[in-house]
Unconditional design. Structure first.
Length: 385
């Protein structure tokens, strides 16, 4: 009986290359090394060249001693939280320079305010619910407020209120400039509770008649970008809040020349009289129904001259130094044709001629005192402005 030599040894992958007609060819062989008669010999166990490179690499590394396990067994999922929407809001806040707007130096209150703003955008809730909800996403970790409580949030709001004037001045410097068009309006929110000194019964804009409410006025640039907000008692009328905003523009924001825009309930005759004496303030508002009827009766406003595309400018001795601008809105006229017919108009204080580069050059040709604010509003009596 003839005994055969026992061939034992380590298997490994050998890669060879050859070049033929500018092409490089790779050959991957599975080989085993063994000793025979005192010599080291190699035995080819198989050709692996037909396998994908990733599989060949896996075989090579496995033979070198690495251990591989299925991906499902290699990792344990400890938690899974939403992140994409948080990242989108966080990136938008960074691009807007929101953090530096709140405070120039990092602090816990600034982080809390940023987290509250992000939460308000993503999932509005009470302060208590907010501290619970933001742990369902990566929001708390991203803004560094993991351990915050509702009391911390209320404290951050007190910190924010103390810095309101400083923040609004930064916003005004960023969004307002001389000769800016400034928009202002007053709104309200009904109030549940009995311990707010500002909560009063007043004109309810959200249909909650008989409920206490708080009024707030918003000042924006011509794009509607908020610049400042003021809070008033719930029974404060629109017109009482308007002139303080004009004063704020001057004293707090340093804007000397501006155009204020408001509806007929916002800009009262008293405010018009005061602004008419100020060369730096122009204004745009809407006429009341009684004034429109008077213009029609006096033949200053002739309904047959209305154009459905362009603006009609008229003048009246009842409104000295003011522009009256009108334009018919056929769609709104249809809505108001039944059961009532209404009349409305616009009135605007003309801008003073400032010479080259002044406001008068921005108003087209025809009159030196043409105003900037040409708006379309409902005109009554079957017509619309």
């Amino acid at each position: 009986m003839l005994a055969m030599a026992s061939r034992t040894g380590t298997a490994h992958v050998v890669t060879t290359t050859r070049k033929y007609k500018d092409q490089v060819y790779y050959t991957h062989l599975l080989r085993r090394s063994y000793h025979e008669d005192g010599k080291v010999k190699n035995e080819t166990l198989g050709n692996l060249s037909h396998l994908p490179d990733s599989v060949i690499d896996l075989i090579r590394r496995s033979l070198q001693g690495e251990t591989f396990v299925p991906a499902g067994e290699a990792f344990e999922i400890s938690s899974s939280r939403a992140h994409g929407h948080v990242q989108a809001v966080s990136l938008a806040m960074q691009r807007l320079g929101f953090a530096s707007l709140l405070a120039t130096k990092p602090c816990a209150e600034r982080d809390l305010v940023q987290a509250m703003v992000a939460s308000r955008i993503l999932c509005p809730a009470t302060k208590l619910a907010t501290t619970r909800l933001w742990h369902t996403s990566t929001l708390a970790e991203d803004f560094g407020v993991q351990g915050a409580t509702e009391d911390d949030l209320y404290g951050a709001m007190d910190w924010l209120l103390a810095g309101q004037d400083r923040i609004q001045k930064k916003l005004a410097a960023r969004h307002l400039k001389e000769d800016s068009l400034v928009l202002y309006d007053l709104s309200s929110s009904y109030f549940e509770g009995s311990h707010c000194p500002l909560a009063k019964l007043g004109y309810s804009r959200d249909g909650k008649r008989g409920s206490l409410q708080v009024n707030y006025g918003l000042l924006t640039d011509d794009r509607g970008c908020p610049v400042a907000v003021s809070v008033y008692e719930g029974n404060t009328s629109d017109s009482k809040t308007f002139l303080p905003q004009v004063k704020r523009m001057r004293e707090e924001f340093g804007i000397e020349r501006m155009v204020m825009v408001g509806d007929r309930g916002m800009i009262s005759q008293k405010a018009i009289d005061e602004m008419s004496e100020d060369a730096g303030v122009d204004w745009i508002t809407a006429l009341r129904s009684a004034s429109i009827r008077t213009l029609v009766e006096q033949k200053h406003l002739q309904l047959g001259l209305f154009d459905e595309r362009n603006l009609l400018e008229i003048s009246s001795p009842d409104f000295p130094g003011e522009r009256l601008v009108a334009c018919r809105n056929p769609e709104l006229a249809k809505l108001r044709a039944h059961p009532k017919r209404f009349a409305a108009g616009h009135r605007a204080k003309p801008a003073k001629d400032q010479g080259a580069g002044g406001r008068s050059q921005a108003r087209g040709q025809g009159q030196d005192r043409r105003g900037r604010g040409q708006m379309r509003e409902p005109v009554q009596g079957g017509q619309t402005l």
